[in-house]
Design a protein around this ligand. Sequence first.
Ligand code: MG
Length: 202
Amino acid sequence: MTQPSAIVFDLGKVLVDFDYAIAAKKIAAQSGRPVDFARLFVDELPWLLRYENGELTTAEFVARLISLTGYTGTANEFEAIFGDIFTAIPPMIELHAALRQKGFPTFAFSNTNELAIRHVRQNFPFFANFTGYIYSHEVGSMKPDAKIYEALEHLAGKSGGELLYIDDRPENIAAGVQRGWQTIWHETPEKTLVAIRQLGVL
Ligand SMILES: [Mg+2]
């Protein structure tokens, strides 16, 4: 098999963990309304999906969520709370650094939104060290749709087995496999490190 010449990283649950319950609790504490906060930011929330698909601006999304939740703080406070849901996954951040040191171009490839990226950029120094970034809200397409994969190939100037792609969602990995990308379905840092070594990349 071809040796990959660029590495594509999903962000959430691969390089940083996230928990929307952290934001939901803080918003609930400043809300006068009986909202089911456990369900507030689950994947099915149509406003969040539309926001991450680039159909809503940050201002529109925040205004809708404030009105939905009865949040009594300011929009700026809401934005800070909404972004502050991430924690580092150190072994994966070290893997990214080791791959960069070996000279591999690396790409962040994420279904995400402007507030999340703003927070991650400000709080996680490793995030500045990618070669390039493809975000769903900028492309107007979410994994596993083909359009966002095409955007990654275009940015990287690579395709098929030249790309090695790490993601925790099987449906996203399946879409990469369909394009001929080499893939690692990320379950744990330990398993991903074994798979990386088996590919002879590190
Ligand atoms: Mg993920």
